[in-house]
Write a protein that binds this ligand. Structure first.
Ligand SMILES: Nc1ncnc2c1ncn2[C@@H]1O[C@H](COP(=O)(O)OP(=O)(O)OP(=O)(O)O)[C@@H](O)[C@H]1O
Length: 304
């Protein structure tokens, strides 16, 4: 569905994407995970054929965005980071008018709009004004709109940024159902839980480069330990204590408010910490996540 080789994007002298290789296969959910400024949106806009490639090769659905932009755009669904719904129109007309832009006939687009409203649970809001919708409803309507032309490939740029936890879960559920229906999903996100929930495969991006690639499970197995013991001591104590606890795990990370000890047995780390006469204010043992992978690879947290 997508093939990129040495793909680059520059803005003047600044290189936002510094030569990346990506392959997205039909039917998978593929993610770009990285912090703000990693180059995810710049990559996504090139894939959406709305931003010219600065270097390297890019094929979308086997087509070249430089010469086949209109054909590519007609076959994609795009859900941009910012909502771009038409506030002047009601919910139904946002779908209907958008569908008509694609040249779909009136009866088909009407039927399709009704189906999509049903799919995103907005049927009872069909005559509401867009500005009266909650943030989660607006996102769902944007996703419905991006599906009006029945795309094979759906691009979602930060689909749940700014939504509350419940609205995020509703949206994940809908994206999961789309994937089951055979739609290929490409998602950018800086939420590691979103990447873990939705993506079959992902690339971790940082500063315009891909720093790792694989399924969430592969990335975690390869770059982290099974468990992490989180130890919270008094403010300012973490740096010095990290040295004292360094031998308890594969490695220790110092965050401003806690120590992370990476080990296959987190409970043992905590027991040994107490044996050494150290008493953390709070402890937690958890499984490694993609956040730990990112920290390992870049030395920073995703939400910096
Ligand atoms: N039109 C532009 N002109 C100049 N610089 C840009 C432009 N668009 C993006 N950039 C810069 O390119 C870098 C990558 O931005 P990009 O939006 O691709 O990152 P991102 O990973 O999607 O982050 P975000 O989640 O904040 O969108 C940033 O440093 C950004 O300031």
């Amino acid at each position: 569905m997508i093939s990129a080789r040495g793909l680059r994007k520059s803005f003047g002298d600044f290189e936002a994407v510094k030569g990346i290789d990506v392959d997205v296969r039909r039917g998978e959910a593929f993610g770009f995970l990285g912090p703000n400024g990693a180059g995810k949106s710049s990559t996504m806009r090139m894939i959406a054929a709305v931003s010219p490639v600065s270097g390297g090769e890019l094929r979308i659905l086997g087509l070249d965005p430089a010469t086949d932009g209109p054909s590519i755009r007609g076959r994609l669904g795009v859900c941009p980071q910012e909502d771009t719904l038409d506030n002047e129109l009601n919910v139904f007309d946002n779908l209907y008018i958008y569908g008509r832009y694609f040249g779909i006939d009136k009866a088909t687009v009407r039927e399709r709009s009704e189906e999509l409203l049903e799919f995103v649970n907005l049927t009872d809001k069909r005559r509401s004004r867009v500005e009266d919708l909650s943030g989660g409803m607006k996102r769902r309507l944007t996703i419905a709109r991006s599906l009006v032309n029945s795309p094979d490939l759906l691009l979602l740029d930060e689909p749940t940024t700014g939504l509350d936890p419940q609205a995020r879960h509703v949206l994940w559920d809908q994206l999961f159902r789309l994937k089951q229906a055979g739609v290929t999903l490409v998602i950018t996100t800086h939420y590691m839980d979103e990447a873990e929930q939705l993506c079959d495969r992902l690339v971790v991006m940082d500063k315009g480069l891909i720093v790792a690639e694989g399924s969430p499970r592969e990335l975690i197995e390869h770059h982290s330990t099974r468990e992490v013991a989180e130890l919270r001591f008094g403010i300012g104590e973490h740096e010095a204590l990290a040295e004292k606890l360094a031998d308890l795990g594969d490695r220790v990370e110092v965050l401003p408010d806690r120590l992370l000890v990476y080990s296959h047995d987190g409970e043992e780390v905590i027991a040994k910490t107490h044996e050494r006469g150290l008493t953390p204010v709070a402890v937690l043992v958890r499984r490694s996540t993609l956040e730990d992978v990112f920290l390992r690879l870049t030395g920073r947290t995703l939400v910096d």
